[in-house]
Design a protein. Sequence first.
Length: 33
Amino acid sequence: MARPSKIDSVFLANNVTNLILWSENESHEYLTY
């Protein structure tokens, strides 16, 4: 299996971070309503 390049790793990390932030925003909106 080929090792992921640095760019691939950063891209994946950004996707995970965005998913976590989006999930937190969603739960905050549920709490405010």
